[in-house]
Design a protein around this ligand. Sequence first.
Ligand code: COA
Length: 351
Amino acid sequence: MKETPAKKPGEDPASEASLDGKPYRSPVVAVLGVGSYTPERVLNNEDLERMVDTSDEWIVTRTGIRERHIISEEQATSDLGIEAGKRALAQAGLSAGELELILLATATPDQITPATVCHIQRELGAPRAAGFDMNAACTGFVNALMTGHQLIAGGGFANALIIGADALSTITDYEDRESCVLFGDGAGALVIGAGDGPGVVMDHIVGMDGTGAEMIRVNAGGSRQPASHETIERREHFLRMDGRKVFRFAVAKICELVEEVTTRNGLSLDDIDLIVPHQANLRILEAARRGLGLDADRVMANVDRYGNTSNASIPLALDEAAREGRLQPGMLVILVAFGGGLTWGATLLRW
Ligand code: COA
């Protein structure tokens, strides 16, 4: 286990912080708490066998997914985010009243306006908190974490609740066997705050390539094609994707991002204790793991029990890794995401 670098109060974090003698790329912002929530209702592969022409064997072989959690009729994305947020705050020992910023990464907002984060702020009871929603498809959580980190490092806020929450079941076409087996609902959250701590957010890489915008999309319901009887009849409010192209992009991006964030921080892959990738498909995770030459215990995988929960998947997996004791203070962790847009991102954390 690596030692937390000593830092005196009042030191300029950007210039003084170091990791084993190597410089951080960003000012010091601590990780204070993590939490997650998934709805109670479970949709397993046998349920899907009764809905579309598929089989448990096909789904497990091609995706590694066995079950996913789905919201109840009373729930929306904000309800998932609220619960995950409460759990992360409890672990951080911070009251909602002390929160200064809430950022919600979601691709499935409760409604077009107001921002879903407003519902979360109200229900958490966080009157001091500013906030906004962010949409970068499945990469959103890493973008939100980077934004919160930089806003705190810039001195504007003392702390932030970063939530990734999605109810993908609400945009999933349960008549499309290729996509409906993949997705689930859930939320995860991190509390971060100014200053050093046992955990530190160290670096981010984010990017996008809009030429790939057609690869994963929901065609209707926005300003390009507002909702109409015709768009509903054509089932254009559901998510569509080119699965094979996304698969190849995802494997290549995970490997590229892990290598880049590692080398630019003066580290080698051997220094990284755990990689927490976006959980889209076990075969994607396995192919990337083999590409990087890593053992299974260094890549977090829980897609078998949740499916692809989009913005929730990384904090959900991180929370699970922490609760399983796979994260010890000082460990180096890489979060790595990819998604529609196309978008991608990676975060380096010291736990
Ligand atoms: N059950 C049974 N058969 C299915 C099926 C299902 N649920 N879904 C597709 N098939 C069929 C196809 O129709 C195809 O049949 P055909 O050969 O007769 O045409 C066959 O299975 C193989 O399809 P293919 O597309 O080659 O499968 P695949 O191995 O690429 O797996 C995905 C499909 C979608 C699971 C895979 O491409 C994938 O996971 N892609 C990434 C998607 C993703 O992660 N999106 C979100 C990113 S954030």
